[in-house]
Design a protein around this ligand. Structure first.
Ligand code: GLY
Length: 437
């Protein structure tokens, strides 16, 4: 399928996304200014108050109503994040989460209960969708803090959690799109016997009967074409256009509906980390928090990100506050993000300052190298024991319409706020692209 012959592909998509990548790249100069509008993404309200990641916003009210009636803070937080866990259309959490490289959904979660100063965690759990409640069950019904893998699932089944296939048709197809377009050098995707099979670009077509080069694509012509491309355009643009065309073809072949193809391709090219979080403060000053995720899409089997790591994906100290994280799990583990933020607040920082400091530690781990930092993102959701809250992130979001946000609910109402970003602009939509020779 060529770009001109298709109504669904998508030179427009390609150009838009390429422009986004270029826009992000252009923001990576040392002169990059830190966003400063702290007031828009932080505040102070009277307890009870709950905060959450944007994808749990729709479920905040039910948790808040329970807290107002005197319900337990952790029960309320777990009930809020059950929303995206149960939602098959949220492909970053619970049922319908994007799977690992083997096509298996593995979920991570951890929680802390302030009043009893207890914690629970599960990692790489298969076949159980409500892993936030499973982490809470580990906390309540075992002498351990963390269970992983098969043992965590068996513990859940013993406690009555239903065994479910977490891979939805949508997520299975997006995984197959990743698998089939991931490499030309394996056996995934249509083979040479497929009637639609096309010559890879590096093998010029020959006449199918004589085996002689077709004039239009003779070696000399190819060389000229390549020279022209190099002189007149960005060879990477040519490479990506061909790759995107192929991805659209494969997506169509897999039965991914036209309206979802661009989003599916986006997930393949830029594996999301997803995740959701909720922190709670009740009128008695009790606090709890929980984070839950399907983790990085296409990860290695058994990989745990930050979400099941107490102190990274979530941390609550009854005397100080609660913090949670979504984003690049590996980077957040290395700065113990949620714990760092709570400790910063213990030592007098505001929630905003505490979160910005944790983000700067991530920046420090890369020596401030924007070539690398543009490919990372991290968002922190922070609630202090006195009702002060803040949402901060490394970048403003993944692109227009995909800005990071924090949801807040208290007696005065419920609202979503854009986070304050350390760096202006979006993290780039493209992973590092190999130079096309
Ligand atoms: N923050 C979720 C993950 O990296 O798995």
């Amino acid at each position: 399928m060529s770009s001109s012959s298709s109504s669904s592909f998508n030179r427009r998509d390609f150009l838009t996304t390429a422009a986004l990548g270029a826009a992000a790249a252009s923001l990576t100069s040392p002169a990059l200014a830190a966003a400063t509008d702290e007031s828009a993404s932080s505040g102070m309200v009277a307890a009870p108050v709950m905060i959450c990641a944007g994808n749990s916003f729709a479920y905040l009210q039910r948790g808040f109503d329970a807290v107002v009636k005197g319900g337990d803070t952790l029960d309320a937080a777990v009930d809020v994040v059950r929303g995206p866990e149960d939602d098959p259309d949220d492909d970053s959490v619970g049922l319908g989460g994007l799977p690992n490289e083997e096509g298996v959904v593995e979920l991570d979660s951890c929680c802390m209960h302030g009043p009893t100063r207890r914690a629970g965690s599960v990692g790489a759990v298969r076949d159980i969708k409500n892993v936030a409640r499973l982490a809470q069950t580990v906390m309540l019904h075992s002498g351990h803090v963390m269970l992983v893998g098969e043992g965590a699932s068996r513990f859940g089944f013993a406690h009555g959690f239903p065994k479910e296939n977490l891979l939805t048709e949508h997520s299975r197809k997006v995984w197959l799109l990743w698998k089939e377009t991931h490499s030309d050098a394996d056996w995934w995707g249509p083979g040479i016997a497929d009637p639609q099979w096309k010559n890879p670009p590096q093998f010029p077509a020959v006449d199918s009967k004589t085996g002689k080069p077709i004039a239009a694509v003779s070696a000399a012509n190819l060389e000229n074409n390549l020279k022209n491309n190099l002189e007149n355009s960005d060879p990477r643009a040519e490479y990506w256009q061909r790759k995107l065309e192929r991805m659209h073809e494969v997506a169509a072949g897999l039965g991914i509906e036209p309206e979802f193809r661009a989003a599916a391709i986006q997930r393949v090219l830029r594996p999301p980390t997803g995740t959701t979080h909720c922190s709670v403060l009740n009128a008695k000053g009790e606090m709890s928090g929980v984070t839950t995720t399907s983790g990085l899409a296409w990860k290695l089997a058994g990989r745990c990100g930050d979400s099941p790591i107490i102190g990274a994906g979530e941390y609550t100290d009854q005397d100080v506050g609660s913090a949670g994280a979504t984003g690049a799990g590996e980077e957040n583990i290395k700065v113990a993000g949620a714990h760092t933020i709570v400790e910063n607040m213990r030592h007098g920082m505001t929630p905003h300052e505490a979160g910005m400091d944790a983000l700067k530690r991530i920046v420090r781990n890369f020596n401030g190298d924007m070539n690398k930092l543009r490919f990372l993102d991290m968002t922190y959701y922070i609630l202090r024991k006195d009702g002060a809250w803040a949402g901060v992130s490394l970048w403003e979001g993944y692109g227009p319409g995909q800005e990071h946000s924090i949801g807040v609910i208290h007696q005065g109402g419920k609202r979503k706020y854009a986070t304050t970003a350390l760096f202006k602009g979006y993290s780039t939509g493209w992973p590092p692209i190999p130079e096309v020779k």
